[in-house]
Design a protein around this ligand. Sequence first.
Ligand code: ARG
Length: 722
Amino acid sequence: MKKLFVTIFISLSFLLKSFADEGMWLPLLLGQQVYNDMVKRGLKLSKEQLYSINKTSIKDAIVIFGGGCTGEIVSNKGLIFTNHHCGYDAIANASTVEHNYLRDGFYAKNNGEEIPTEGVSVQFLLSIQDVTSQVLDSLKGMTGSERAQRQARVLNNLNAQHSDASQNIEARISSLFKGNQFLVFVYQRYNDVRLVGTPPESIGKFGGDTDNWEWPRHTGDFSVFRVYTGKDGKTANFSLDNIPMVPKWFLPVSIKGFKDGDYAMIYGYPGGTNRYETSFGVKQKIDIDNPTLVKLRDMRLKHMFEQMKNNDSVKLQLASSYAGIANYWKFFDGETKQLIKYDVFSQKKKSEEGFISWTKGKPEYEPIFSEWEKAYEAWRPFSKHRMYINEGLFGSPLSAFAAGLQQVEVALVQSGKTQADVKKAMEAVGKAREEFLKNENQASDQKILGDVTRMFYQDVDQTQHPIDFYRTLSEKFGSLTDEQTFKKYAAYIFDNTMIFNEAKWNAFVANPDANTLQNDPAFAHATAFLINYQSKYAAKSAQFNSKNNELGRLYLKGILEIDPVKAKKMYPDATFTMRVSFGNVKSYRPRDGVFYDYVCTMDGVLQKYKKGDYEFDLPDNLLELAKKKDFGQYIDKQKNDLVISFITTNDITGGNSGSPVLDANGNLIGLAFDGNYEALSHKIAFDKDLNRTICVDVRYVLWCIDKLGGASNLINELKLVK
Ligand code: ARG
């Protein structure tokens, strides 16, 4: 009995404990929750300097960059630093085969040379407000889908109340602790963002996918942008009359250097974590979801790379999409390996047992885990199928576009729809088609479509196949055990669809009819899979998600109740809202007998260099200056070398890319750009010994801009701390 009590006690405190460096803290609660710990670790700033609603503070220099990254303002003229991989799409879009900035790099020598971007915006956080009681009061007594629907409506209304479209002010309520806390984050968006500088890809993505998610690392993962405002200083769409923004705050840049153990703090927008994922969820990920995604991405990447590797224009066309697919291909593969290695399943089981004992006699909580188990059991047989839809069917750009033509079919065949509806749908798909064709590489896509069709046949439970689909396919194209059959099938689709044929497409646009659409082989292909899924499995998926959300909310509600004092010190999972994490620059031992230093230097860049290699080539001017050790004021005196990158113990995740790494005084020392391989399970379980954030040293950034790029104009804009 006593022993049981001890285990329960240990597991419960495990549930609530937050380790030294773990935590993505809400800026508005920093003062209450962790400020004292931050000071103990070395912080030299006041609470007000970190975050204040009345005065300007560091938070005013931090932006959401584009759709999923972080950036920081580094001058009083709106200059922004972010990662190269965050600017990647904009850089590729600004490039042509003749002016290939992705390959060769680019630095504007004056404002006039800066390149407008299409669709890149930045958002500043204006305020954060707690609306938990307002939201929860309106949901009292509700559960399941009724609650979810009501919640969506309540949040929409509150968002509308706090937004003002005329000033580009946008509110987005974030549901924290799985629906137990609600905060309104209000942002101001700026749409005129211009490309100011980028290193060549051989620096900005040095090491490529081989080195991605790994330390030691020698990547110069930075790019430079500028945000513009109207002449009145207010948010404005692009115009040549606009002026560089005068920001509320900007970060000084320290070139003083640092040592192993020094304080480090990161502000930014971590996208998502699930630290309270259940053992069921871990198992599902390891057994089904991750391996399926990895297998499909493996295949897609292989076909894309084949077309990109020797063709500059295809490379520019596919580069950004390839990078995104590859990034999370390696992530999910690594995540599975680390979840298994650390036996996260058993860790979860253990803490869940503690929770379950606590729920005894509490009717609201007692059934949670048995219901959860049932929900997973019911969903498990279909989860691979869903992955095949998301990563397979939609992994072929043609299939994904063709699936979107469903809206035209609906407008054509559904009763009550008018000519005007058809026209509207046709306009929408017309625009989408232009976008699709711009990015489409038929050679790789055709191979992907063929392989997805074959792999679906082999991998997904036969009883879930679209009825008659494979029988018809084999009648027309041959044996289903022969790879050629699927190649022929894909070739047939690509040769005959109207989507690639201007004359046929224009005829359809002039006179859209359901018959032509339904007989189009690309449309028929996409909808065979999609309708099968939508009609039989989508509801099961929705049911599972709704149950999973509901139980997650209750689980977290329970956890917050177990020890209310400790609950006040908890941080919520990442939700792409502003967070601060603190820790130290720190070396580590990844495995027995191996020591990883806290920095990488230019010496290591030269060691990895492989002339002409796709991932490890280097520009001539870098080689020349590096061999002469011409590092100017950016040299690290301790190492007598240029420091390229460093690692810290900070708790971050995807979305934090581009985030400023600050020293104890709030000066910029680097940009976070990656996590290490040993901690790829970090979305689900933070490892206090092995977790590291990989950062590019700002001194390397400045050396590239100054010495390689000759853009002293940009260096002169900064406030250097020497
Ligand atoms: N793993 C990095 C992140 O998700 C992105 C690195 C981009 N570099 C690359 N080789 N794909 O933040």
